[in-house]
Structures are given as C-alpha cells and as structure tokens.
Design a protein around this ligand. Sequence first.
Ligand SMILES: *Cc1c(COP(=O)(O)O)cnc(C)c1O
Length: 416
Amino acid sequence: MYDRVREADPAVADSLDDEVGRQRETLAMIASENHVSPAVLEAQGSALTNKYAEGYPGERYYAGCEYADEVEQLAIDRAKELWGADHVNVQPHSGTQANMGVYLAFLDPGDRILSLDLNHGGHLSHGHPANFTGQTYEVEQYEVDPETGYIDYEGLHQLAEEFQPDIVVSGFSAYPREVEFERVQAAADAAGAYHLADIAHITGLVAAGEHQSPVGVADFVTGSTHKTIRAGRGGIIMTNEEHASEIDPAVFPGGQGGPLMHNIAGKAVGFEEALQPEFEEYAAQVVDNARAMAEVFRDQGLHVVSGGTDTHLVLIDLRDSHPELSGGTAEEAMEDCDLVLNANTVPDESRSPFDPSGIRVGTPAMTTRGMDEAAVSEVAHLICDVLDDHDDPAVREEVGERVAALCADYPLYEDL
Ligand SMILES: *Cc1c(COP(=O)(O)O)cnc(C)c1O
C-alpha cells in the first residue's frame, strides 16, 4: 500500500507495513481502539492536510477554503443528525482538546471541577494532577461503590452540594455500566454547576441508541471520534445554541490554530458510514459481544467489576482469582499470544497505577472484524487460559495459534 512512502522513506514504509500486519494478526481489545474503514483512512490521507482553514465554514481567515468549508459543513451536519445536537464543533484535535475547549469557555483558573477518580474509571483530562486540568483548576473526585462497581450517585450528589463545583464531569474510560446522565445532571443542578458529559468511549453506542444520550441533558457533550464511532482520530463538542457562541471561540482561537482538515474529512466520512443502518447492527453487536465475554469470565470464576457490562467493555479485577498476577504481567502474557488488551486500575485499587490489579477488555475492534458472540466467547476462554497458566510456554503457543486462526477467519484490511 505504501509504495510512494517506500520510495521516499523505506524506514517509515517498513513501520507502516508492519503496523498494518500487526493489526491484521492480533486481536485489538483495547477498549478505546477500533479499525476505521479504508474510506476513512483515505480521507485522512487526503490533500486537505495542506489547507489552512482557521475560522469556521463561511468565516475563514484564509483564501481557498471552498472545499474545506464543504467538508467541515458535512461533518457538522452529519454529527447533528447522529447525535441530535443543536450545535457541533468538529475542530478539536482530540477528545482532550474537546474538553479543553469547554473548560476554556466556561471556567476560570481556580474554578472547581467535580469528576470521577481516574482509578475508578475517569480520565486524565478530568482533573488529574499530571494534566493541565489538575494544575489549573481545583478538583474534587467522586467514586464508584467498591462493592457494586456502579457510580455512587448519592455520594456524587452529596459531594456536589458540599464542594459547590463550577462543573461536574461525567463520562468515563473504564466504566462498564450505563451512565445515568439525568442523575449526574441532578447533582450538577444541586450545585448550580455546568454538566460536561464526556462520551469519548461511547460515542458510537450513543449514536446508535445502544446507550442513553446526554444530548439535551448535559450542557456540553464531548467525545473522541476514533473509539466506538469509527471516524478517525479527533475530537468533537456538542452543545445547545445558548453556549455555542462561547464554545467556538474557545476551540479556535482559544486553544488551537488551524483545524486538521484531513481529519475533519475522516470524521465526515466516518459519520456518513455511521448513519447507515448497518451501524446500528454493529453497535448492538459490540454490546452483545461484551456481554458474551463477561459471561464467560464470570463462569470461569473471574471477578467481573459490577458483575457484567452494559457497554463495549469488561473490567476484570484479578485480585480474587489470581492474587499473584498483576494487570501488567497479564497484559504482557496476552500480548505474547497476540491478544492486545491493557492493564487497568480497578475500584479500590491496592497496587500502583503503573502495574494495577485489573485488565480491561473491549469489543469494538473485534466486532469491526465481524466477530460474533461465539467468536468472542472463544477469545474470552483463551484469555482465561493465559491467566491460569501465564508463564507456560506451551499454553502461550497453543493460544497464539488459536488467535492466528481467528484473525484469518475474520480478516482485516484485505484490500489495502
Ligand atoms: C479517550 C478519552 C478522552 C480523550 O482522549 P483523546 O486521546 O484525547 O482523544 C477523553 N475522555 C475520556 C473519558 C476518554 O476515555
């Protein structure tokens, strides 16, 4: 595929080819990852990467924006249709940049953010000390109930009343259950705070009606465009007409320069694909697959956080079943068998965040390959086999062979 890259730069061409090979020959279960279509890849590799288009469609600071305008408007219109939002900004370079746009528009330094603890499934951009949010704003965090694994909505409500935040953030990176946005909204209302619903992980599930929507509930809805919605790397902000005039200038010129127009073309194409009826089937299968895997894990005696899943991901706490095994060791053993997942913190984490007690398993990418419940159940059994005998080379070899066979049965990027 990369013939012209190869002519100009064989070293990079080798890495690009190897990466396609890696994606074909491994099962991606990192819950935030997916495989975009060849059409989205092509749009992202288009000549729009050359174009400066500071401003918004029809109001640019540069000449020659006719086609950039067309593409950005298509992305906006399709996003409005997908999520039912009044106003959409498709320029954030990533989900983190989308959150930054909201904070820049509506918070002053020192203002207060109430968000879910990272260890409990939150995100760096929700106020972690290593992120600008933790350094710029005052942060208080709510948690999930360690017994049930569900958000402690009452605790959140009480914290909101005590802490009086300026913004409450919902939406998570490692939370397997449906988020009850109305209850978060009630907590925000109790404090007179804004509500930012960050649906980075579940954009596709919300678009397809597989997860309740915060659009029309929360003041702001942000997301990444490369996770369950397969529209290529980037971010998005949705809001109502009332807040629109403050969001747009916070994204540009507030926090960014020229938009990545080639990525916006990718978003437009990915959103068009998501508007097709097949996308609803895809999203439903993503959730069915996650449920099927959770069932296998439970039957095999693993501690599935919250007892199951309503979404695209399953979180496993290894401490009960495999007390000697850290998430990091499990991740490495799996990767050796071409099962690519990540170590993750779990509620009530007792190890270090660098080598936590859990693993997170996501189904969006495997479902894109066409895998159904039967296929992912086999994968779940393979994961259990590796957990049980993680340092047995014979087990690793056997599992690796089964993974290779599954990858061949559910091929990826055949005509790249
Ligand atoms: C992935 C994610 C983001 C954004 O991540 P980017 O890598 O910046 O796109 C934001 N919030 C949550 C909850 C996420 O999971």
